[in-house]
Design a protein around this ligand. Structure first.
Ligand SMILES: Cc1cc2nc3c(=O)[nH]c(=O)nc-3n(C[C@H](O)[C@H](O)[C@H](O)COP(=O)(O)OP(=O)(O)OC[C@H]3O[C@@H](n4cnc5c(N)ncnc54)[C@H](O)[C@@H]3O)c2cc1C
Length: 480
């Protein structure tokens, strides 16, 4: 169950003066009213006071600020776009925390279309990175619903996944080089842009997915891809998750590496989007139990993707596997179909309290997960409303539960731990993960302790002690 602690001590004057000298007035926020927006998460579930928000404009400023905070015994909560869904980027409210936001370090420094690399600062917003890559005739393939807000530093630190993992992998797979400010204020320069670079420990991987507990990422070299020039998007309605899996197999066999995304949505989730998000509409004549959103793309300009996808779907309709389908005829239609998927989080938020499970299982076990998980949660709260959607193509389902219509948000959220435990019990039995792509933050530290064996946890603790012996960075997050 998320906590919501809050109280408001203040930054010692001498420390404030030193930070002001390094960061300048734009780089230091101390007024409680201006600090407040940084202290709550996107869903309003995790908040805690901070003494100040530090907003360095360069790596040097960041390093100097880290030294000042370390000397003063303060703790630093790194923050980028603050879209963490596990309470990773907001303070606990212990009274000794400052937030270090990298949002002002948002420049795209260089793009090389021959090397297929981009050098960026950690505060660059994902949508801007995508746009810049496109402007250079390339593609930055990571894509998620928070892309208008999430920033490179946060995406790397949480090793974000998203809609295109099935083809391009997670954020980890997009990072060739990094620059990190360490706990002693030194700068670790790993800004190499090589595809092959094999001299022992791959240090950058330590910081990818470390959720801000080992250092502050200030710059990165990202791997780009050739731009896709042919795209086909379809929405296919199916009667069951088994049928969705069958369709995934058919599309994969047909499209091979052109399969960009294969997303699952249940009717409840689509109905919430249609209810709460203005301008959305159901592209099919009737409601159906499940929907698959399929995207194919290729760098070849006339790859014939649309015709190919159409014939796969026509055959699937003839075989009784697909009940109805529509293919996007224009960019506007493509966007409209994707909106049905991307607005799920917002629509669920507007519907009231929900409990989110970001889980993965082997793809073949997804039908078992949804059936057994729903039964397990209904045994606790019979009228609960399951909302399962996500990345079917890589086995990652956002297996969420909205409160029953007649239940208050408060009463429902009081059952948070019970619901999560019921789902996790099924996930574990099916050989899955309780933290597929959103990470641990402060939400899942206890679960990490319960799921991972002591030797693995001890190696994590040793790494933390080696790089951050005083526990300067992101206290209370990730490590149990
Ligand atoms: C609507 C919505 C949809 C989402 N969809 C997806 C999805 O499909 N897939 C997915 O994986 N996630 C998803 N997320 C979760 C979230 O957007 C991602 O995890 C994203 O990577 C977080 O980026 P951010 O810039 O907001 O980071 P923040 O939330 O600011 O930070 C995330 C973590 O990284 C740390 N951190 C931030 N910046 C730095 C830095 N410079 N150095 C070191 N540590 C740092 C923080 O302390 C925190 O632990 C979604 C969130 C929302 C709100």
């Amino acid at each position: 169950m998320p906590d919501t602690t809050a109280h408001a001590p203040s930054l010692p004057c001498a420390v404030r003066d030193r930070l002001l000298a390094v960061l300048g007035p734009r780089g230091l926020v101390v007024e409680p009213g201006e600090v407040a927006p940084y202290t709550s998460d996107w869903r309003g579930l995790f908040s805690g006071s901070a003494l100040a928000v530090l907003r360095p404009a360069s790596t040097a400023e960041c390093a100097a600020a880290v030294q000042i905070c370390a000397a003063a015994g303060l703790k630093i909560v790194p923050q980028a776009g603050n879209t963490s869904l596990v309470g990773g980027s907001t303070p606990l409210g212990r009274g000794d925390e400052v937030i270090l936001s990298v949002a002002r370090m948002n420049r795209i420094l260089a793009i090389d279309p021959v090397d297929l690399t981009m050098e960026v600062e950690a505060g660059a917003v994902l949508a801007e990175v995508q746009k810049a890559a496109e402007g250079a005739g390339c593609l930055f393939p990571l894509s998620l619903s928070s892309e208008g807000t999430a920033q490179v530093g946060g995406l790397i630190s949480s090793n974000a996944g998203g809609n295109t993992t099935v083809r391009y992998g997670n954020m980890r797979d997009q990072v060739l080089g990094l620059e990190v400010v360490l706990a002693d204020g030194s700068v670790l320069d790993l800004m190499r842009r090589l595809r092959k670079d094999n001299p022992g420990y791959a240090l950058r991987h330590l910081f990818i997915g470390a959720e801000g507990t080992l250092g502050i990422i200030t710059r990165a070299v990202l791997r780009l891809q050739p731009a896709n020039r042919d795209t086909a998007v379809a929405l296919a309605a199916v009667a069951s998750v088994e049928a969705a899996l069958d369709l995934l197999g058919r599309v994969r066999r047909h499209a091979g590496p052109s399969l960009n995304a294969f997303e699952l949505m249940d009717r409840f989730g689509v109905a919430l989007v249609l209810k709460h998000i203005p301008g959305t509409q159901d592209p099919l004549a009737e409601p159906h139990p499940y929907y698959c959103l399929i995207e194919l793309s290729s760098p070849a300009s006339e790859a014939g993707l649309r015709a190919g996808l159409e014939s796969v779907l026509a055959e699937a309709i003839e075989d009784g596997l697909v009940r109805d389908a529509t293919l996007a005829e224009s960019e506007a239609q493509r966007r409209a179909l994707w909106r049905l998927r991307e607005e799920h989080a917002e629509a669920q938020k507007r519907e009231g309290a929900s409990v989110k499970n970001d889980v993965s299982v082997p793809i073949s076990r997804i039908p078992d997960l949804l059936r057994e998980g729903t039964a397990a949660v209904r045994a606790i709260i019979p009228d609960v409303r399951p909302c399962a959607f996500g990345h079917l193509g890589d086995g990652n389902i956002h297996f969420n539960f909205s409160r029953p219509v007649e239940m208050t948000n408060e009463d429902f959220l009081a059952r948070w731990d019970d619901i999560v435990a019921a789902v996790n019990e099924v996930v574990r039995r099916l050989g899955g993960s309780f933290a597929a792509e959103h990470g641990i933050g402060r939400l899942k530290t206890a679960t990490l302790a319960a799921w991972r064996a002591e030797p693995e946890l001890e190696v994590m603790r040793r790494l933390k002690r080696a790089l951050d012996p005083t526990g300067l960075f992101n206290p209370g997050k990730l490590l149990p």
